[in-house]
Ligand binder design. Structure first.
Ligand code: ZN
Length: 123
C-alpha cells in the first residue's frame, strides 16, 4: 500500500454493474459515470458485437439479448438496487475526491449545488 492510500480506500469493494461480480472475482473492473464493467462482461459484449458483424441491422438484431433466463433474473435483481448503487458510486467518487483534498466548493460546483449542499449530502 502506498502512502497516499488509506486503509479505508484499499478495502473499498466495487461490483460490475452488469454481472454483480466484485473486483476480487474478476481480473479488472473499469468505472464509468454511475456504472462499472468487468473484463468478463467486456469480453461477452465484444463477442456479441462480433457475432452481429455483417448481418443486416434491424431493431431485432441491434438489441439482441443473448442472456439466459437465469441471467436475466439475476440482472433483474441487480437493477432493483440501481438507484442505491448510483448513489453509492457517487459517494465513492466524493470520498476519493476528499482524500485528494478537493474542496466541498469544487464538488458542489461540479454538481451544480452549493458547497453546503454538497457537504450535507456526502459528508
Ligand atoms: Zn461483469
Amino acid at each position: 500500500m502506498s502512502e497516499s492510500e488509506t486503509p479505508e480506500r484499499a478495502h473499498r469493494e466495487i461490483h460490475c454493474s452488469f454481472c454483480g461480480k466484485s473486483q476480487v472475482d474478476v481480473d479488472m473492473i473499469v468505472a464509468g459515470p454511475g456504472v462499472k464493467i468487468c473484463n468478463e462482461c467486456v469480453e461477452l459484449a465484444a463477442n456479441v458485437i462480433a457475432e452481429t458483424q455483417g448481418k443486416p441491422r434491424s431493431p431485432q438484431t441491434m438489441f439482441q439479448d443473448h442472456r439466459s433466463t437465469d441471467q436475466l433474473l439475476h440482472s433483474l435483481k441487480l437493477h432493483d438496487g440501481a438507484f442505491e448503487s448510483v448513489g453509492k458510486a457517487m459517494q465513492d467518487i466524493v470520498d476519493i475526491l476528499r482524500e485528494r483534498e478537493v474542496s466541498w466548493s469544487q464538488i458542489g460546483e461540479a454538481l451544480g449545488v452549493t458547497r453546503q449542499a454538497a457537504w450535507k449530502r456526502f459528508a
